[in-house]
Design a protein around this ligand. Structure first.
Ligand code: PEP
Ligand code: MG
Length: 324
């Protein structure tokens, strides 16, 4: 099987009835690029930049960050690279920031919330990204967006730094797509409004499931509630995809669900445009999609949206998509 998949490295990902979707890779450092290329990713769909900040005793400088972003953009040779701005907090701590302990870190001062408060940290990252933007096809994505005002505030800081760099004579790419992670239910519910202002969505199911089901993604006692196939999750995913398409934007997914063989038929049917997963899952996913009819998966997805339990959905997918 592995040998069969290997033949697909340079192939496009097209359903049996001719619909193209993009298979992208999630990465944490420029060192992951080799796996991205070897596994035939069409893009980097999520570059988690927090690893640049972790395992050290002070913040990375603008130049250090610039070098990492540039390395990834150049390594991808013009293919899209979605870089997510700092998503610290929750399960990822930065001891040197000396932040107070919180009762509920996953509901607390993290990611964009921290960046909009600690503006110097955020501005430094945005400058590094903008400077790197002329070396490839950069798209910038903000994590943990809960309100439109957060997105607008982050966007205006980006625009300020862009203007600063331009006035300093630094080359910055003309068009940089600006998107958000959809991983908080409020944002999924209001996706039609967000879609008017963002260039793309990437659905972060790892967090979206935990927040929708109110089940800590790290807590085994409640892991039975962590249900990617719960129809409530599927309906949120559909709302996000439909909202994007209505405004002519694209919708991807970069949570673990995007690389799961039981989820892929449903996501194809729901109209997802980009699937971002660990590089080692890409060839298997491509081989699966080549054998799926999008029209049939649309029927499956429509039925799943009307079901009432996870179990029902999983049974239906297994039958329709010929999984064991
Ligand atoms: C997610 O929440 O789905 C996601 C991709 O982000 P992370 O796993 O880094 O929280
Ligand atoms: Mg997340």
């Amino acid at each position: 099987q592995k040998a069969e998949w290997a033949k697909l490295v340079n192939e496009q990902t097209v359903s049996s009835d001719g619909v193209h979707v993009e298979l992208a890779a999630n990465i944490g450092t420029p060192n992951d690029l080799e796996g991205v290329t070897n596994n035939g990713a069409e893009a980097v769909g999520l570059y988690r930049t927090e690893f640049l900040y972790m395992g050290r005793d002070q913040l990375p400088t603008e130049d250090e960050q610039f070098e990492s972003y540039k390395a990834v953009l150049e390594g991808m040779k013009g293919k899209p690279v979605v870089v997510r701005t700092l998503d610290i907090g929750g399960d990822k701590e930065l001891p040197y920031l000396d932040l107070p302990k919180e009762m509920n870190p996953f509901l607390g001062f993290r990611a964009i919330r921290l960046c909009l408060e600690e503006k110097d940290i955020f501005r430094t990252q945005l400058r590094a990204l903008l400077r790197a933007s002329s070396y490839g096809n950069l798209k910038i994505m903000f994590p943990m967006i809960a309100t439109l005002n957060e997105f607008r505030a982050a966007k205006s800081l980006l625009e300020e730094e862009k203007a600063n760099l331009v006035s300093e004579g630094v080359k910055v790419a003309d068009k940089i797509e600006l998107g958000i992670m959809v991983e908080i239910p409020s944002t999924a519910v209001l996706a039609d409004q967000f879609a008017k202002e963002v260039d793309f969505f990437s659905i972060g199911t790892n967090d979206l499931i935990q927040y929708t089901m109110a089940a800590d993604r790290m807590n085994e006692r409640v892991s039975y509630l962590y249900q990617p196939y719960n129809p409530s999750i599927l309906r949120l995913v559909k709302m996000v995809i439909d909202a994007a398409h209505k405004e002519g934007k694209w919708a991807g997914m970069c949570g673990e669900m995007a690389g799961d063989e039981t989820a892929i038929p449903l996501l194809l049917g729901l109209g997802l445009d980009e699937f971002s997963m660990s590089a080692t899952s890409i060839l298997k996913a491509r081989s699966q999609i080549l054998n799926l009819s999008k029209a049939e998966m649309e029927e499956l997805a429509a039925k799943a949206l009307q079901m009432s339990t996870t179990e029902e959905v999983m049974e239906a997918v297994k039958a329709a998509a010929k999984l064991s």
